[in-house]
Design a protein around this ligand. Structure first.
Ligand code: ZN
Ligand code: ZN
Ligand code: FE
Length: 714
């Protein structure tokens, strides 16, 4: 952006300082370059129309929660009393309404609404809070809401609010059109309502996010500290994972000790809570099963209204889909679990050139990334590419991002796994554009994502703990200690290989991993019937799995840390079979009641062997030790393994920087304790804060590796 300023040098100085000091909360000023120039005389301030400059990349703002001043205007500005689409220069939808650049009203989904004289005056008035606010609107000229229950349609806002709150307070569910897609809402204190909502969504038992009326209501149910409150109230308004204080309806969190909570971010939410009796509602993505969140009104009518009691919509299209973002505030900093609304499409600044790199990500929790100069623009969370709807959304979004950011792919980076849809799509694109591609090993990409975020390019001790990733030897990796930079990696040490009897089925049936670990370390000599987990499983299933392991049928090898957590979770009786992704490790972490220091023995050669740890756990189980203590000791063991391997790497290679990445580090206890212990030993420790530690961060890591691989300049 160019600003021409005329005046005394001291005034100009003050002006450029004020730009930084008084910047709106959602703005991001990277640097200000001041240089003298000879221009004509100006006697007033003007903003000229945006010029299209071909190769110039314009940053697009993420969506911003409604601001405090607009909320005040909702009760004082005559044209905007209770107006649910109120916004200003500092707030309102952005990315989700943009169809093209430059970001001016005609290229947004507001283009169909022509401004009334009052809005136009404010839009053009430099002293107005809505000066050049592209989505400016009011009661007489902007979008409006409608409610339908499939029979009648209500268009009066007050009636809509009364009806919606009556349904929710009465135990029903409502589909609400949000910023980046539809939500499904019901009373979070009414268990029957929550159970019914799960049926609407055809959703497993995964915890639901809940929206509280305000911070005071939230604090009745969740523990918060200062930094968590800051994030809850920030303009991004993410879902923040908090420690539960008082329980909501049982089926909201399904026995986990955490609550995914957020606060109102659309004017409509505030208006609705004025009418609602309940202080908290489940507000979950409006989608069926694993499909992308629904953003189009027709599809919402078809799919959501079948089972929800009513649908509240509005007559402005959502151009770009964006789910709610999910974060966690830990001692080392913010951990982003899902990066979407409020974050996307804000770029990640890089210390290297990434121009032309299209990185296609992994498979689950997928994102892709496009490289423009020394920035990576990472897509919103798309989902699991195995789902046909998600895969289509992914392909469309690649097209969208390419045209929005005037991006032409020159290089392609993809996961090493030959069967991932993203990798298959990579070979299609590489042929279509006749451009080179590079396959990036999965865990190396995790480590590289963290290196890229922290602008590090040197050999580090990379600790990647995750579920699975295709290894260079063809096995499933996931408990990896690497000596790596962005250019290459050496697999220094890894968790013991253990067969996964039944392949991918182990993910849903963690008891299989419990059996596999014990069978590997104890063989036939152990009395499996002495353990509750195997008595529950039943003799027939056990015999079958035993046979698979003996004859090596459909039992691929895995070093995945996720599998080890699965095994221990099943063994301790916390989770035999899963009903949602990562349930077993989440229940294991949730079982820890208080910190304790003990850990189990293990041994490290070129692999980390857990035989002694399992013997220790079995002993504890026989002695009826507290499950909370077993879980804490198990977690401490993993921390101790990380510390010992890091020390070996430091003493043999002189490397003192440790990078932690991979989905297992979404475990707060593990992450915080690992940081603490490593820092106590004098290591510099890094993890991801801008992109997820889970597979949502893979595309950034692939970008870094590709830049090195293709020799792009620094
Ligand atoms: Zn505002
Ligand atoms: Zn107006
Ligand atoms: Fe991974």
């Amino acid at each position: 952006m160019y600003v021409v300023v005329q005046g005394d040098p001291s005034d100009i100085d003050r002006f450029s300082n004020d730009i930084l000091k008084l910047a709106p909360p959602a703005s991001r000023i990277k640097s200000i370059d001041v240089f003298p120039s000879i221009v004509g005389e100006y006697d007033r301030f003007t903003v000229t129309a945006s010029r299209e400059i071909n190769d110039h990349v314009t940053e697009i703002s993420p969506d911003i929660a409604v601001c405090g001043q607009c909320l005040e205007d909702m009760s004082s500005d005559p044209g905007r009393i209770d107006y649910p689409f109120i916004n200003c220069t500092n707030c309102g939808p952005r990315f989700t309404i943009i169809k093209g650049l430059p970001y001016d009203r005609p290229l947004t989904t507001m283009s169909g609404f022509s401004m009334c004289p009052k809005c136009r005056r404010e839009y053009n008035d430099i002293d107005d809070r809505r000066f050049h606010a592209q989505p400016i609107a009011c009661n007489s000229c902007g979008p409006s809401c409608r409610l339908t229950d499939g029979r009648a349609v209500i268009t009066d806002l007050r009636e809509i609010l009364v009806k919606t709150s009556a349904i929710i307070d009465g135990g029903g569910s409502v589909a609400l059109k949000g910023v980046g897609g539809y939500h499904l809402a019901c009373d979070a204190l009414n268990n029957d309502a929550v159970v019914r909502l799960r049926q609407v969504k055809k959703r497993d038992m995964k915890p639901f996010a809940v929206m509280f009326r305000d911070l005071a209501a939230l604090k009745e149910y969740c523990h918060t500290d200062f930094s968590e409150e800051k994030e809850l109230l920030s303009w991004i308004r993410p879902v923040v994972l908090l420690r539960s204080k008082r329980s909501l309806a049982r089926q909201v969190s399904n026995g986990l000790m955490t609550t995914g909570a957020f606060l109102p971010f659309m004017p409509f939410h505030y208006l609705l809570f004025r009418h609602l009796k309940t202080p908290v509602m489940v507000l979950t993505s409006g989608n069926i099963s694993e499909e992308p969140v629904i953003k189009d009104d027709g599809e919402a009518m078809d799919k959501l209204l079948k089972t929800a009691d009513a649908l509240v919509s509005y007559n402005r299209d959502i151009s770009n889909r964006a789910d709610d973002s999910v974060i966690m505030v830990t001692k080392p900093g913010i951990i982003v679990i899902r990066r979407s609304r409020g974050y996307v499409p804000r770029p990640v600044d890089l210390a290297f050139d990434a121009e032309g790199i299209l990185a296609l990500g992994a498979e689950q929790k997928n994102t892709f990334s496009i490289g423009r100069k020394n920035q990576a623009i990472i897509s919103q969370y798309t989902g699991d590419l195995k789902n046909a709807g998600v895969f289509n959304f992914y392909k469309e979004s690649i097209e969208n991002f390419s045209s929005l950011f005037r991006f032409t792919p020159r290089y392609i980076a993809h996961d090493l796994h030959p069967d991932y849809y993203s990798a298959l799509y990579a070979s299609f694109l590489s042929e279509k554009y006749d451009i080179p591609s590079v396959a990036v090993q999965h865990q190396h990409a995790h480590i590289a994502s963290c290196l890229a975020e922290h602008c590090l390019d040197e050999m580090v001790a990379g600790v990647c703990l995750d579920g699975t990733g295709f290894g260079s030897d063809g096995n499933a990796w996931g408990g990896e200690f690497m000596i790596a930079d962005t250019g290459s990696f050496e697999r220094y040490c890894h968790f013991d290989y253990v067969p996964m009897p039944g392949g991918d089925r182990v993910v849903y049936e963690p008891w299989r991993m419990a059996f596999s670990f014990l069978y590997k370390y104890l063989g036939d000599s152990f009395d499996y019937d002495s353990l509750e987990v195997f008595r529950r499983t039943g003799i027939q299933k056990l015999a079958l799995v035993n046979e698979m392991l003996k004859k090596n049928i459909n039992s691929p090898l895995s070093s995945g840390a996720g599998r080890l957590f699965d095994a221990v979770s099943a063994l301790t009786g916390l989770c035999y079979e899963t009903s949602f992704d990562s349930e077993a490790p989440m229940r294991l972490e949730s079982a820890i009641k208080h910190n304790c220091d003990g850990c189990y023995p293990f041994s490290i050669t070129e692999t980390v062997i857990f035989a002694d740890m399992f013997l220790g756990i079995l002993d504890d189980l026989m002695n009826k030790a507290d499950i909370s203590e077993i879980s804490a000791r198990f977690h401490n063991t993993i921390v101790q393994v990380i510390v010992e391997v890091a020390e070996r790497i430091r003493s043999s290679r002189g490397i003192g920087k440790v990078v932690l990445s991979g989905g297992v580090f979404q475990n707060r206890y593990l992450l915080e304790r690992t940081f603490e212990k490593l820092e106590k030993k004098g290591f510099r420790v890094y993890t991801n804060h801008q992109v997820p530690v889970n597979d949502g961060g893979i595309s950034l890591g692939q970008t870094a590796v590709a830049s090195k691989h293709f020799g792009l300049c620094v």
